[in-house]
Design a protein around this ligand. Sequence first.
Ligand code: URA
Length: 239
Amino acid sequence: MERLQKVIAASGYTSRRKAEELILSGKVYVNGEKVTTLGTKVSGNDDIVIDGVHLGKEELVYYLLNKPRGVISSAKDEHDRTTVTDLINTSSRIYPIGRLDYDTTGLIILTNDGELTNILSHPSNHVPKKYIAKLNKAIKIEDIHKLKDGVMVDNVKCTPTRVKVKKTDLEKDYSIVEITIVEGRNHIVKNVFKELGYLVDKLSRVEYAFLSTDGLKSGEYRPLTIKEVKKLYDYKIKN
Ligand code: URA
């Protein structure tokens, strides 16, 4: 069961705020009865009619975007900056699953499927995400060991499942490190390196679960296949 205004918004009919206005003004009927109470719970079987129009269920859509730098990971931005949804040509009300920082590039999934969003966002489902980070200094061997053992960030340990130093340039004093983590805290990669005394100058997410940005240039996107969506749903049962 879900709240009526949430179901109306998820259908793509209108925003949640407008849905609340419609309910309060007596325009919404559930199974033939007028409902004016916000928060009334409805199920997928209930017949919802707004202004005489039966509410259809919005078709579920899924996209994989290679996010460029300088783009916000949300559906809307209060300062009118470009968001990830602006880059995708669709009339569906999509939003990103999780966030990448404004200056982080790489793989982000966008959808209007709330159930899949919950599955992939839940920490216990351990979805691996692989990042490539360019550090402001050459990384020391002892710090690579510390990284592999796990680093405390805000009193919670983050233990990468894989760490690989791709390159260290001692002359120019920088390293490029590949790091895979299964959690989704905001700024987690930058914060892990910060704890060890490094700044991340460049960050890109190159893999999310079994998906990669291969074949997609910066700013390009593609729909996920049904097979890929099913495989993402498997994260619910696997872990
Ligand atoms: N970790 C970060 O620090 N930034 C991101 O954008 C993603 C993960």
